[in-house]
Design a protein around this ligand. Structure first.
Ligand SMILES: Nc1ncnc2c1ncn2[C@@H]1O[C@H](COP(=O)(O)OP(=O)(O)OP(=O)(O)O)[C@@H](O)[C@H]1O
Length: 335
């Protein structure tokens, strides 16, 4: 099957700044694909290259087999984009904004109205249909961006930080809508700094840094790459940590009072039974056990931290859009 997105050795220079540095990335049709990376990794540049807002410097990229520059029209008609920035005609009632958008992509007049109403209902702002954009609340503006992206019924929906700065309820509402579209067959490309979002929604994620792909994997595969810590409480703790030579996964053991913390490569759940057996064989009585997993967030930091320090922080404790940084956001965003 033709790939939804296929980028080969993609490059983009903005003067001296190399935003995409030989990016190779492919997204299957029907996938829910996450694009993660610290600020300045090149995510928005990649998206803008797909939709024709940025001209690539080198390499190739196709969307459903169409070259993004030579077959610009076909590509643009197949994509719905909800951008990071609010770039909407501020003075028009939002229903008209959606109808203009549908009209631009060749949707008939009667159909435009139906599509606009359907999209507004889907994102939950139909009662605001006659309100102009700049009179909407921040959360409603995010909903509108999604409505505008889906009004053309695109095969590929691109969401550039769709939930930046929105409250938990709205985030969940948006996830529901996006998930439903994906279930119905729409390919989704999502960039986000919320790790929970990527973990929950995405079939696969690519981690980008400095214009390159660091890795592509399912969220589960990524967390498997980390270390888990098994903490065991012992009734009569020994003076020092017991040797665990038979367990090849063990990376480190620490004894603090009656608690033995054992760091293991991969899944702690898989190692725990053998660890308990080994300890019992040595005569230790176990009174409690706890397994803590490495989070995807920690893996992300590990994979991208080599690049830290190359960007200046934005200095005022807010992201680009002025929304407050939150602890759950990924490294890079909260710097
Ligand atoms: N129009 C532009 N002119 C010059 N440099 C640019 C332009 N747009 C982006 N850049 C630079 O290109 C690099 C990649 O930026 P990009 O916005 O693609 O990153 P990003 O991964 O989307 O970041 P964020 O997570 O902050 O949105 C950065 O160094 C940025 O400063």
């Amino acid at each position: 099957m033709t790939l939804a997105i296929d980028a080969t050795d993609l490059e983009k220079d903005y003067g001296d700044v190399r935003a995409l540095d030989g990016l190779n990335l492919s997204v299957e049709q029907g996938e829910f694909f996450g694009l993660l990376g610290p600020n300045g990794a090149g995510k928005t540049t990649f998206i803008n290259t797909l939709v024709g807002l940025v001209r690539k410097t080198g390499g190739e990229v196709t969307v459903f087999g169409n070259d993004v520059e030579d077959e610009y029209r076909e590509v643009r008609d197949s994509i719905g984009l909800a951008p990071q920035e609010f770039n909407v005609d501020r003075f028009f009632p939002i229903r008209e904004v959606l109808m203009h958008k549908a009209g631009y992509h060749g949707v008939s007049e009667a159909e435009r109205e139906r599509r606009a109403d359907e999209a507004l209902k889907l994102v939950g702002i139909y009662d605001k249909r006659n309100t102009r954009f700049d009179w909407l609340s921040g959360g409603m503006k995010r909903r509108l961006l999604l409505a505008r992206a889906i009004v053309t019924e695109p095969n590929l929906l691109i969401l550039d930080e769709p939930t930046a700065g929105v409250d938990v309820q709205l985030r969940h509402d948006l996830w529901e809508v996006i998930n439903r579209l994906n279930d119905e067959g729409t390919t989704i490309l999502l960039t986000t700094h919320y790790i929970e979002e990527a973990e929950r929604l995405c079939d696969r994620v690519a981690i980008m840094d400095s214009g390159r792909k660091v890795t592509v994997a399912t969220p589960e595969e990524l967390t498997e790459r980390g270390s888990d810590t098994i903490t065991v409480e012992l009734r009569d703790p020994p003076a020092s940590a017991p040797p665990l030579d038979g367990l090849s996964e063990v990376e480190d053991t620490r004894l603090e009072d009656d608690r033995l913390a054992v760091r293991v490569a991969g899944s702690g759940g898989r190692v725990a039974p053998r660890l308990l057996n080994a300890l019992e064989d040595r005569g230790h009585e176990i009174t409690d056990i706890d397994i803590s997993r490495t989070s995807l967030e920690e893996i992300f930091v590990e994979l991208t931290e080599g690049q830290r320090g190359s960007d200046e922080p934005d200095g005022d404790g807010t992201g680009e859009d002025g929304t407050a940084d939150e602890p759950a956001r990924l490294a890079g965003e909260a710097r």
